[in-house]
Structures are given as structure tokens and as C-alpha cells.
Design a protein around this ligand. Structure first.
Ligand code: CP
Ligand code: NVA
Length: 304
């Protein structure tokens, strides 16, 4: 994987995801402790707690350095073209994680650099999140392959990467969204094309049907970053998809609950569920660091 870009979860093969999850588990339990002397750049056009801090901690734990390239204090935020910024950063740093709106911006960074570009969230995908989710599911059920997982909420970035990652890992993925908030049909088609090892993709607007027998209930905010003005009007539309105790009661009795965070209690998830015994959201958040450390080790080609 050395030198590769990861702009979407499907830039990784099923085998590479499996290897990353194995490496992440070994990094987590300390059986592997690779070190490096590399520099990670973080260029985030949107707010972030988990992605920013977990990447920074992961890099520091590897012995590397991190440069925060906040667009508010770099020229790219004042209109310097991505093509120029990318070619310059390419000469200074070893790997770059970008959080942005348009997937095309990530593609442009990748086009103008030799170093690996990582998608740290775009409007289309959130691949790093999904690696952590898969690691969490693997820890809970022993394997991700064959598990049934339901995403409830808006059919955008997190849902997209979850569908694609699940398809690559042989999961039965159900996505329940209100009509009008469906995942991108091109991503659904891609997920169906990538499906291996018994993977299935189901898209529905029926949340109860979607969670029946499901081992994982996964949700995300109803209004993503950049959609703050739509938040209020979306509440009644998304209400039937709230992950609450009643909905959880329709899932498998051993089901776990995931949320990429940040959470809005009382909207997409209730206080009782996020703080309840089936919630694994804090392990999931921790796993961001282990999964991304595995990604950094692999993309930088660090011997471990
Ligand atoms: N889940 C996630 O990406 O969180 P942040 O926005 O805090 O990075
Ligand atoms: N869908 C959310 C995910 C946040 C981690 C957003 O894009 O804001």
C-alpha cells in the first residue's frame, strides 16, 4: 500500500482492509510498535475533534511529527490554487490528510502530489471512520464478514463509506433513510458491484424492517457540517429513524450501537441508548486512532 492515496474506502481491496484491521489490532494490543520519522500534514476545511486528534496522537505515538495546515492560516484559505498548494506541500511533508467538502478537491490534491493523500471526510465519503467501525465490529463479533448492520439517518458520507466497506467485507448492510435522503445511486451501484463473500446491500425507508435481526445499529447526525441551516427542518423528517430503545428492541438482542460522533442526544440517538449497555461508541472512537495508525504505517511503508 506504500505511497497510495485513500480518497474513498473502496481505494482499498477486501484483503487490504482485512490486513489493516489485523495491523490495527496488533498496534492496539502492543504486539507491534513500529516507529518512524515522518511528517503528517492535516488540512481541514471543516471542524474535527476525533479525526484531528486521533491522527495527531497516532503520528506522535509512531515517533513522527504533525503540521496543522489550517486553511485560516495558510494561503490555500485565501485562494491559492489547490494545484499549487499540493505541489509545494509535496516537497515538505510525507503524507497529507484532507477534510473538505468536494471529493474533487481531494482528487486534485492526489493528482498534484506524489505523497499519499487521505480523505479525512468529504461530503461523499468518510473512509477513516469506517475502518474504525469495522475494527469495532470485528472486536465485538470476532469477524465482520457475515454480520448484519443497519445504518439509519442521512444517506451521505458515512452511509456511503459504510455501504462500500461492508460490501468489500462481506457484510449484509441495510441503509434506512427518509425518501429524499437516499444514498447516491452511483455509490449504491458501486457497492453492489464490489459485494463479495455474501455481501448484500438493502436500501429502505422502513426503519423497523431495516433493524430486524440486525447486529449493528449505526447512526450519524441528521444535518452534516455545512447543512446547519437545514437542521431544524429535518428533525420531523428524520424522527422515525431515531435510534431509541423501542427501535433497538426490534434488532438482534445482542446488537451493538455505533455512532461516528459528534452526537445530538434527543435527535438521531437518545441519551438512554448512547449511554446504554449496547452502546460501543467510545470503543469506536478509540479505534479511530488504532485504525488510522495502521493506515499511516501501511501508506508510509513503515517496517513493523
Ligand atoms: N467522527 C468524526 O469524524 O469526528 P470528528 O468530526 O470530530 O473528526
Ligand atoms: N455526516 C457528518 C459526519 C461527521 C463526522 C458530517 O459530515 O458532518
Amino acid at each position: 500500500m506504500k505511497g497510495r492515496d485513500v480518497l474513498g474506502i473502496a481505494d482499498l481491496s477486501s484483503e487490504e482492509i482485512r490486513d489493516l484491521l489485523q495491523l490495527a489490532a496488533e498496534l492496539k494490543n502492543g504486539t507491534r510498535a513500529p516507529v518512524c520519522n515522518k511528517i503528517l500534514g492535516l488540512l481541514f476545511y471543516k471542524a474535527s475533534t476525533r479525526t484531528r486528534v486521533s491522527f495527531t496522537s497516532a503520528m506522535y505515538q509512531l515517533g513522527g511529527q504533525v503540521i496543522d495546515l489550517n486553511p485560516n492560516v495558510t494561503q490555500v484559505g485565501r485562494g491559492e490554487p489547490i494545484s499549487d498548494t499540493a505541489r509545494v506541500l509535496d516537497r515538505y511533508i510525507d503524507i497529507l490528510a484532507v477534510r473538505t467538502f468536494k471529493q474533487e478537491d481531494l482528487e486534485e490534491f492526489a493528482r498534484y502530489t506524489e505523497i499519499p493523500i487521505i480523505n479525512a471526510l468529504s461530503d461523499l465519503e468518510h473512509p477513516c471512520q469506517i475502518l474504525a467501525d469495522l475494527l469495532t465490529i470485528q472486536e465485538c463479533f470476532g469477524s465482520v464478514t457475515g454480520t448484519t448492520a443497519t445504518f439509519l439517518g442521512d444517506g451521505n458520507n458515512v452511509a456511503h463509506s459504510f455501504m462500500l466497506g461492508g460490501a468489500l467485507m462481506g457484510m449484509k448492510i441495510r441503509v434506512a433513510t427518509p425518501k429524499g435522503y437516499l444514498p447516491d445511486p452511483a455509490i449504491v451501484e458501486k457497492a453492489n458491484q464490489l459485494a463479495v463473500n455474501g455481501a448484500e446491500i438493502m436500501i429502505t425507508d422502513d426503519p423497523i424492517e431495516a433493524v430486524k435481526g440486525s447486529q449493528v445499529l449505526y447512526t450519524d447526525v441528521w444535518a452534516s457540517m455545512g447543512q446547519e441551516d437545514l437542521a431544524e427542518s429535518r428533525i420531523p423528517i428524520f424522527q422515525p429513524y431515531q435510534v431509541n430503545e423501542e427501535l433497538l428492541g426490534h434488532a438482534d438482542s445482542e446488537a451493538i450501537v455505533l455512532h461516528c460522533l459528534p452526537a445530538h442526544r434527543g435527535e438521531e440517538i437518545t441519551e438512554a441508548v448512547i449511554e446504554g449497555k449496547q452502546s460501543r461508541v467510545w470503543d469506536e472512537a478509540e479505534n479511530r486512532m488504532h485504525a488510522q495508525k495502521a493506515l499511516l504505517v501501511s501508506l508510509l511503508g513503515i517496517e513493523s
